[in-house]
Write a protein that binds this ligand. Structure first.
Ligand SMILES: NC(=O)c1ccc[n+]([C@@H]2O[C@H](COP(=O)([O-])OP(=O)(O)OC[C@H]3O[C@@H](n4cnc5c(N)ncnc54)[C@H](O)[C@@H]3O)[C@@H](O)[C@H]2O)c1
Length: 357
């Protein structure tokens, strides 16, 4: 058997880490060579499940023995910074984190700097914007296939504005083909606004984009999409699945859904994770840019923090990037510290089960 092109380490192998490990096990050019996982029982179980013998309790002991080409960091967010910087310093060529990248802006800055200064590719993880069909829809929008974009909306800021909100923010920038440059927001409830967490926070407002477009943001869920974008005659709904594209109405007043004719592609069973990982590997190989970068994840954190700042400033417009890098917004405790920290650890029997067999 020839050696795989990319030697991969999984750092943190809980629920989401196992999803990554399934994907990395399926691709013909990647091999998982080591796993670092805090929980010793889970470590043994996932080691057996993925046929990996090099098992470590933490990233530092792993890096003392093995320097992989790629490290997928999927611990709870609290531990990302240490792991990313350790990987960059050890000589890993590509490292990914998931969402949110951090709670404090300066922590995200440090991770990005540690990678940039060493030429390490820093990618984001399981983000909807990476789905092939979503990328193709964005390309068609850019090329004017559906006409000129007139506006956009986030029809439900998902309550967790640094957690799930990340998905909407990055989808809006991709599909509206511009960066969010300014945020004006209204929010509630007051008791959550006094804290530095996004749990239960509801934010509405407007994101002003670099191309002059506005993206309206609804704190309550007004529809099931993550982002809606419209042109003069076409309506595009960005979701966690391939975008829905509509033009015109039928006799009952329902929108008519177009058949977008997306091309099938390999490993689509892993959803947007495939687009994310394959673009990370291409970036390590050729110097291209991953579909989601560490800087994109920082931007999503920054937009969420700006939205909260605008509310606290009595709905003043807040420009990006933010000057105060000490600003912090924590995600839900399970994202920050892991499910174990909220008393809902993954049962070992589930960790042992292959999902895609
Ligand atoms: N993009 C998405 O759709 C999505 C979905 C769910 C979770 N996430 C993110 O993925 C991350 C992990 O979430 P999860 O659901 O897998 O949580 P989880 O609690 O199921 O798994 C985290 C794992 O990391 C291990 N761990 C904790 N600290 C560690 C350390 N320092 N070194 C090594 N291992 C460590 C834990 O023992 C656990 O097995 C979070 O940041 C979360 O926000 C992203």
């Amino acid at each position: 058997m020839t050696e795989a092109k990319f030697r991969v380490a999984i750092i943190g192998c809980g629920r989401m880490g196992q999803h990554y490990a399934e994907a990395y096990s399926a691709y013909p050019d990647t091999e998982i060579v080591a796993i670092a996982e805090h929980d010793p029982d889970r470590l043994q179980v996932v080691g057996e499940r993925f046929g990996v013998k090099a098992l470590y309790p933490d990233v530092d002991s792993l890096l003392r023995d093995v320097v992989p080409d790629v490290a997928a960091v999927i611990t709870p967010t609290k531990f990302y910074k240490h792991a990313v910087i350790a990987c960059a310093q050890a000589g890993v060529k590509g490292v990914s984190t998931d969402k949110p990248i951090a709670a404090r802006l300066s922590d995200a800055d440090e991770m990005i700097e540690a990678c940039e200064s060493r030429g390490v590719v820093h990618a984001g993880g399981n983000l909807m914007k990476c789905l092939d069909e979503t990328q193709e829809t964005a390309r068609r929008l850019r090329d004017g296939v559906y006409g000129e974009i007139i506006g956009g909306a986030i029809p439900g800021f998902r309550r967790q504005i640094v957690g799930g909100g990340c998905q909407s923010i990055l989808l809006a920038e991709l599909l509206m083909d511009a960066e969010i440059e300014e945020v004006i927001a209204w929010g509630e409830p007051p008791e959550v606004l006094e804290t530095n967490t996004d749990v239960g926070l509801s934010i509405s407002g407007v994101f002003r984009m670099g191309n002059g477009l506005e993206c309206n943001v609804y704190g309550m869920e007004v529809s099931r999409g993550y982002v809606d974008v419209w042109t003069e005659d076409t309506f595009i709904r960005g979701t966690n699945l391939p975008p829905e594209i509509y033009r015109g109405y039928d006799e009952k007043g329902a929108r008519i859904r177009l058949e977008p004719d997306f091309q099938p592609y390999e490993w689509s069973e892993f959803g947007y994770l495939t687009g994310s990982i394959r673009s990370l590997l291409a970036a390590v190989d050729t110097g291209s840019t991953p579909r989601v970068t560490g800087a994109d994840l920082r931007k999503a954190l920054e937009v969420a923090i700006a939205a909260k700042q605008s509310v606290l400033l009595r709905n003043a417009p807040v420009k990006l990037p933010l000057e105060d890098r000490s600003l912090t917004l924590y995600p839900t405790p399970h994202r920050w510290g892991g499910y174990d920290s909220v008393g809902n650890p993954q049962p070992l029997a589930d960790a042992a089960k292959p999902k895609f067999s």
